[in-house]
Design a protein around this ligand. Structure first.
Ligand code: CA
Ligand code: CA
Ligand code: CA
Length: 246
């Protein structure tokens, strides 16, 4: 801090008058040089701005004050990281071009540009079947139909921050090709009849069968009643015996 005192040779003392509640800052009483009193890392959530009032007092108790506004800048001291150093994903051989395989999870403990991250495939260890977007999504770029089940395609993913200079780290991505996805089987096809019915068709068949059964029942009752009457001769009751036989 720079100050002047018209009294030649007067003794002066500097102090932080206010704004230093957490004692983050220190000032030299003689030279008025302001400094940090302790390690300060805004990556740990400490505030990035402070406002201090600094006062200089002379031997007669006369004083002057000034306000010091402090902006604490982040330094790029954290390397961006993938959540996992190695990622294994399985993809069906009949999956389509454009299929999103996985989104890589990344993090950086810095702030602003020092934590602004972009992903890319390592040019020295890459593949044509898959690509990696800048926001860390792996997606399919070629047909996998000709690849045998169990084929492994791997590449190295890089995540880099926008700090100056930038920091980066890598992860190994392993994609395993699986057999083609099987279409779900219906009850009729699994029974081997070779005929597939939709739900509506099944409902209709059940309805027709129900009506036929009902008609059959009505017919049976009618025949029974008709048969009863024919079998009972005149003079016999429902037991089939004549009054004489009884
Ligand atoms: Ca003075
Ligand atoms: Ca930092
Ligand atoms: Ca960083």
């Amino acid at each position: 801090m720079v100050f002047t005192d018209p009294d030649q040779g007067d003794t002066t003392t500097c102090e932080i008058f206010s704004g230093n509640d957490n004692q983050y800052f220190d000032i030299s009483p003689a030279t008025c040089i302001l400094s940090l009193a302790k390690d300060y890392d805004i990556d740990l959530g400490l505030p990035s701005t402070h406002s201090l009032i600094v006062r200089v007092v002379d031997s007669k108790g006369l004083s002057a004050t000034t306000t010091v506004n402090i902006n604490v800048l982040d330094i790029n001291d954290n390397t961006p990281k993938f959540e996992y150093p190695e990622i294994v994903e399985f993809v069906a051989s009949d999956s389509l071009i454009g299929y999103q395989v996985y989104k890589l999870s990344v993090d950086d403990n810095d702030s602003s540009l020092n934590a602004q991250l972009t992903c890319a495939m390592d040019g020295s260890h890459s593949t044509l079947q898959f690509a990696l977007t800048s926001d860390c999504i792996i997606y399919q770029t070629e047909s996998l139909a000709d690849l045998p089940e169990g084929t492994e395609i791997n590449f190295t993913a890089i995540v880099q921050d926008a700090g100056s200079p930038p920091l980066s780290s890598t992860a190994l991505v392993r994609v395993i090709i699986q057999g083609a996805e099987k279409a779900p089987q219906t009850a009729s096809s699994s029974a081997g009849s070779g005929v597939d019915f939709t739900d509506w068709e099944l409902l209709l068949i059940c309805g027709i069968a129900g009506v036929a059964a009902l008609l059959g029942l009505i017919n049976a009752v009618a025949l029974y009643r008709k048969g009863c009457c024919k079998k009972i001769p005149t003079g016999k009751d429902a037991s089939g015996l004549s009054d004489k036989e009884k």
